[in-house]
Design a binder for this molecule. Structure first.
Ligand SMILES: *Cc1c(COP(=O)(O)O)cnc(C)c1O
Length: 226
């Protein structure tokens, strides 16, 4: 399949899922996950009108962002090491993977030095998997006050990568869990956290049915990663 066919297919699936859920498809942003994909494929997606991309490594962002048109925007979706914060900030419009209070503190400090106020999402490790980064969903409410006190972070919502499941439908309870956590945080903070980043190639339609405002889709758009 060509990128064009894949892109049209993902767009149709996105629209259909939004329709099923009675949601406006415009309220769902497609983050094209371009990690391990060559520049030509990213350029091809951009030519089709896809302007928002997600990368999980700062090194790849450093190589790709300057080589591609300025009109593209980038989200960091992978764990950010503290020693890479300074490099990452000028390259991305959002860090979706703020996975600890300590990382938030470091980003806030460096963003302050550089004069940035990056948009961020709080990444939640929904099932407490040892292999994943992220806030513990039970502890996050008590860390919220400290997070909200950072002047150089705009906290826009939450993000999660649920545990691997055999059937996409089995991811649904995790998406519900993330949405409900977001709702609780929003109520206790008294400020909106509109963004819910959840759903990938296998399960983004279910995530949309459960309220996703951003879906992170890689292989369904670009084919297998090298
Ligand atoms: C790789 C990745 C994706 C996309 O995965 P696909 O299954 O290829 O759609 C989404 N989110 C994160 C955080 C990723 O690392």
């Amino acid at each position: 399949m060509t990128i064009e066919q894949r892109y049209q297919s993902v767009q149709q699936r996105l629209q259909a899922a939004a329709k099923r859920a009675g949601r406006d498809p415009e309220a769902i942003r497609l983050v094209a996950v371009s990690k391990k994909q060559p520049l030509e494929k990213i350029q091809a997606a951009a030519d089709l009108g896809q302007l928002l991309f997600g990368e999980n490594r700062v090194q790849e962002l450093r190589e790709k962002v300057p080589a591609l048109p300025d009109r593209l925007t980038w989200h960091l979706i992978g764990h950010l090491q503290k020693n890479k914060i300074r490099q990452a900030l000028p390259l991305v419009t959002m860090i979706e993977s703020v996975d600890s209070l300590e990382l938030a503190r470091q980003i806030d400090r460096i963003a302050g030095e550089l004069g940035f106020v990056p948009q961020v999402l709080l990444e939640v490790n929904l099932a407490g998997e040892a292999s994943k980064y992220g806030f513990n969903p039970d502890e996050l409410p008590s860390e919220l006050e400290a997070l909200l006190a950072f002047d150089h972070l705009e906290i826009c919502g939450v993000m999660a990568i649920p545990p691997m499941v055999e059937e996409p439908e089995q991811a649904r309870p995790y998406f519900v869990q993330l949405r409900e956590l977001r709702d609780r945080l929003q109520t206790s903070a008294g400020v909106p956290f509109p963004e819910l980043s959840m759903g990938m190639s296998a399960d983004f339609e279910i995530a949309i049915e459960e309220g996703a405002t951003m879906v992170r889709v890689g292989s369904a758009l670009f084919g297998p990663r090298s």
